[in-house]
Design a protein around this ligand. Structure first.
Ligand code: FAD
Length: 397
């Protein structure tokens, strides 16, 4: 005999839990199914265990999606302020870090965000089952029939909240995309986003010794997108917030342009130094505003020529400024899904109602969270998309 539910949600991550709480509050008999042992594994590791759960400043501009307007409806139905208010109601303390990013603080960690979502789901209408292998889904006249482990489950609404492909170790699978394909929906090709760059051999060898050094930068992708944040040299390549951000806008083979001195008037520094200390070397001059090892490596890479300042003519001095403000580097690739925070691409939003996240062609089928072709910037935007899309769907399922 089939068990009957109003709503089945596949995936007990940020989006799935939020949606279950909303559906449950509307009195809908809701079941969450997940193949993992526990809910919210990505939330637990997010933000170094402090979960950057949203941002003070959220708009459609903070998202990548083939339809740049798609996110607007959900983001306005459930805003960052709604989630901040929920966090506050649960007594979770938080702090603002750079760029309006909100993190748990003090005694409060990512665990409290998961606990909060589970408390919200603690309703007589909501059940949860873990270690579930959903191996078959069929469309029926009134909804869907699912086969999970040894049970047969019928529901009116099916919500796919299985997330993206990043961090397979944490249980990420392409299941959501397969469900989309099963129902004839297109999936925008996926790739790793918010991910460190790897470098070509020569750059990697030269830069590896800078591992651990962070510098403020302004980094520009070939499409003109710019982020001003720290860059971190690692033993594998380049990381840090500026690189993670720009990685979502980078395509294989493209260059990125890095301003290594975004807060320095370099022309002025070089001119002043030339007047006051004409015998000072370029290396020592630049080491006042950049880590000395970085300057040495740029010299080794022949991007700069170390000479006393008085031996550099005005054209050569201008070239130094250009070199440091527009350091061109072509990444070899990215570290891929193994370390990526998100997946670019996903279920094509053309198939979905932006108001309810319901599939236009298949009534009762919903996609929410990261499985959809919506990717946020670094800074709490990905969770905000989960909360907003889940809330929107939760009003209709
Ligand atoms: C290291 C790291 C740090 C991050 N930090 C932040 C941050 O601080 N702020 C931020 O906004 N974003 C952050 N992100 C991104 C954010 O975690 C994700 O965008 C978000 O978790 C996506 O939520 P989701 O509910 O859509 O999917 P997920 O959280 O991935 O949940 C999907 C669920 O579906 C289940 N599932 C998958 N396949 C199946 C299947 N076949 N059968 C049954 N169940 C299945 C999974 O077990 C999982 O529980 C981070 C990501 C990573 C990897």
């Amino acid at each position: 005999m089939a068990e009957k539910f109003d709503v089945v949600i596949i995936g007990a991550g940020a989006a799935g839990l939020m949606c279950a709480a909303q559906a449950g509050k509307r009195g809908r008999k809701t079941l969450i199914l997940d193949h993992a042992k526990k809910p919210g594994r990505k939330i637990l590791i997010a933000g170094g265990g402090r979960c950057n759960f949203t941002n003070y400043d959220v708009s459609a501009n903070n998202y990548l999606c083939q339809n740049p307007h798609f996110v607007k409806s959900a983001l306005s139905q459930y805003t960052n302020w709604d989630f901040i208010s929920l966090v506050s109601q649960h007594g979770i303390e938080f702090e603002e870090r750079d760029h309006g990013q909100l993190f748990c603080v003090g005694d409060y960690t990512s665990k409290d965000i998961v606990k909060m979502l589970l408390t919200e789901c603690d309703l007589p209408t909501v059940s949860q089952r873990y270690q579930q292998d959903v191996h078959q889904i069929e469309k029926t006249e009134h909804g869907f029939t699912l086969h999970a482990n040894n049970s047969v489950i019928e529901c009116q609404s099916l919500v796919v909240a299985t997330g993206g492909l990043s961090m397979p170790k944490l249980g990420a699978t392409p299941f959501g995309y397969k469900i989309a394909e099963q129902f004839g929906l297109s999936v925008v090709p996926t790739s790793a986003g918010l991910v460190p760059f790897t470098l070509h051999k020569e750059d990697k060898q030269a830069l590896a010794e800078l591992s651990g050094i962070a510098v403020p930068t302004e980094i520009t992708a070939q499409d003109g997108t710019v982020f001003k944040e720290a860059l971190l040299f690692t033993h594998r390549g380049l990381s840090g917030p500026s690189v993670l951000q720009i990685s979502s806008f980078w395509r294989a083979g493209q260059k990125v342009s890095i301003n290594l001195v975004p807060d320095v008037d370099l022309d002025e520094l070089l001119q002043r130094s030339l007047e006051k200390h004409p015998n000072q070397s370029l290396k020592n001059t630049l080491s006042k505003v950049l880590p000395k090892r970085l300057v040495e490596v740029l010299i080794e890479l022949k991007l700069l020529e170390d000479k006393p300042l008085k031996q550099l003519n005005s054209k050569q001095l201008a070239a130094v400024t250009t070199q440091l403000q527009q350091w061109q580097i072509t990444p070899n690739g990215t570290e891929g899904y193994r370390t990526a925070e998100v997946t670019l691409g996903g279920v094509d939003t053309d198939h979905l109602s932006s108001k309810s996240m319901e599939c236009k062609q298949i009534r009762g089928l919903y996609f929410i969270g990261e499985v959809v072709d919506v990717t946020g910037w670094l800074g709490g935007y990905n969770f905000q998309w989960c909360w907003s899309s889940a809330y929107a769907a939760g009003q209709w399922v």
